[in-house]
Design a protein. Structure first.
Length: 87
């Protein structure tokens, strides 16, 4: 499964110098995603979320969460998992 990330807070990428605005799609490595999702950056801010397809099944969402080290369980509802993935 390919993963897409959406910008939720405007920023200038420190590696490329490119400016991103809310709603832009951001392509990056998993390491860079974690910096921008888990607030592991100079500003302690979340800049991205996982762009989840509307038709994704719960099992797919659990896989996405697992790959990205986002803590959810099979006990969570699909809506709860989506909310966590969206930050």
């Amino acid at each position: 499964m390919d993963y897409q990330y959406k910008v939720i807070r405007p920023f200038k990428d420190k590696h490329t110098g490119k400016y991103y605005t809310v709603g832009d799609t951001y392509e990056c490595s998993l390491k860079r995603f974690k910096e921008l999702f888990f607030k592991d950056n100079d500003y302690n801010e979340q800049y991205l979320n996982v762009d989840v397809p509307n038709n994704a099944k719960k099992a797919e969402l659990l896989e996405v969460a697992d790959v990205h080290d986002i803590k959810v369980t099979e006990n969570n509802t699909k809506a709860e998992i989506v909310k966590v993935l969206e930050g």
